[in-house]
Design a protein around this ligand. Structure first.
Ligand code: ADP
Ligand code: MG
Length: 394
């Protein structure tokens, strides 16, 4: 789960990580009220969306007066911001963070992630803050510093000091930077983060070490024990269909293509998307209905796929193990009875109760194209969708 920058900063503050003083605003009036409470001459108006790259896209404004704060708030609220992380459709700005302008001396990068190859939490830091860390890694990998954390000991103060020295934090501010890093590490561990990224971390001319940005991402599997994090959830930032899917415990991710996929098992779902691509089709979604899905769950999954306007064909690829093919078939029939089937449907069933499943689909009278292998299934759905589009190449 993602949260907004201002929420991340609230959380960081609780753990002793220094952040600029600021307030969230949903309206122009609230933005001005917030600005009145801030002491600095310069105030920063920041669009709150679940995506980075706002600075370059015009989502971070420097205001020199409260009138300017109002003008920027007016400009940003309701605006669709397109950054390199939002995709071409962009995201509508509905909240702003109004905060103190910092007298930045230098920007740094600090991130905490889980390194799967070493199975350890790893701190990544760089003197090159404010830039995309991927770009720094590519162009100047020697400017990236890593510390691997022993899970029993946690991030040790000597490690934090080593990081601070390695990226060139001024000597007299090293202690502040160490406190900052230990606090950030504590948030990461206690709140089950999958990423905690501060870009930029800044040192100011007045000698502070501050988080100017905060990107915190949480492991959904830990949310049951982090109710305070769950309160930060902003449904406006999530895809409606993904919200619906989460109610049924379906693993669903909306994509850009036009072939809806219903698959069981994440591995098979990935392979199905790959094989659609290899036949020059574009999957409309990733959908794993899970191991022991019920008829209702399958029905919900099917409805979800059909509710996507972009879907021009559906591929069902099921390997029945714990999941039984007849349950899948019943779910498909139940869903189509209610909402109809207006696009081509290719079904590949294999495994437990496969004959029974095929029989149920046959008797349903639905216009279903059966397929034997995955390649066969992918080829068929891609060509059916192409035919429906009048044979026009996508
Ligand atoms: P994003 O990563 O989405 O572009 P940031 O929060 O990192 O957004 O802001 C982009 C840039 O704007 C920062 O690198 C920094 O230079 C400047 N900036 C952001 N917040 C402040 C602030 N409170 N005071 C001064 N400059 C800021
Ligand atoms: Mg940033």
């Amino acid at each position: 789960m993602n949260i907004h920058e201002y929420q991340g900063k609230q959380l960081l503050k609780r753990y002793g990580v220094a952040v600029p003083h600021g307030y969230v605003a949903f309206t122009e009036d609230q933005a001005v009220e917030a600005a009145e409470k801030i002491q600095t001459d310069i105030k920063v108006v920041k669009a709150q969306i679940h995506a980075g790259g706002r600075g370059k896209a015009g989502g971070v404004k420097i205001a020199r007066s409260n009138e300017e704060v109002r003008a920027y708030a007016d400009e940003l609220l309701g605006k669709v911001l397109v950054t390199h992380q939002t995709g071409p459709a962009g995201k509508e700005v509905k909240r702003l963070l109004i905060e103190e302008g910092s007298d930045i001396d230098k920007e740094y990068y600090l991130g905490i992630v889980l390194d799967r190859s070493s199975s350890r939490v790893t701190v990544i830091a760089s003197s090159e803050g404010g830039m995309e860390i991927e770009q720094v890694a590519e162009e100047t990998p020697d400017k990236i510093y890593r510390e691997s954390v022993d899970p029993l000991v946690g991030l040790a103060p000597f490690q934090a000091r080593r990081i601070a020295f390695s990226i060139g934090i001024p000597k007299k501010l090293v202690n502040k930077a160490v406190k900052f890093m230990l606090g950030l590490y504590q948030v990461f561990v206690e709140k089950d983060c999958s990423i905690a990224e501060i870009n930029p971390l800044v040192v100011t001319k007045s000698g502070d070490v501050l988080a100017l940005d905060a990107k915190l991402n949480f492991d959904d599997n830990g949310l049951y024990r982090n109710k305070d994090i769950l309160d930060f959830r902003d449904l406006d930032e999530e895809d409606e269909k993904e919200i619906e899917a989460s109610k049924y415990g379906l693993n669903y991710i909306a994509l850009e293509g036009n072939i809806g996929c219903m698959v069981n098992g994440a591995g098979l779902a990935m392979a199905t998307m790959d094989i659609i691509k290899s036949f020059h089709g574009e999957p409309a979604n990733f959908l794993d209905v899970g191991g022991g899905a019920s008829k209702e769950k399958v029905e919900a999954a099917f409805r979800l796929i059909m509710s996507d306007q972009h879907v021009k064909g559906i591929l069902v690829n099921i390997f029945g193990g714990i999941m039984k093919c007849d349950v899948i078939a019943e779910g498909i029939v139940a869903a189509t009875e209610k909402i109809g089937l207006t696009v081509p449907l290719v079904v590949r069933l294999e495994g437990t109760n496969v004959d029974l499943g095929k029989e149920i689909l046959r008797r349903s009278g639905l216009n279903i194209t059966p397929a034997q292998t995955m390649a066969d299934a992918a080829e068929k759905i891609v060509s059916l969708v192409d035919q429906a589009a009048g044979g026009v190449a996508k």
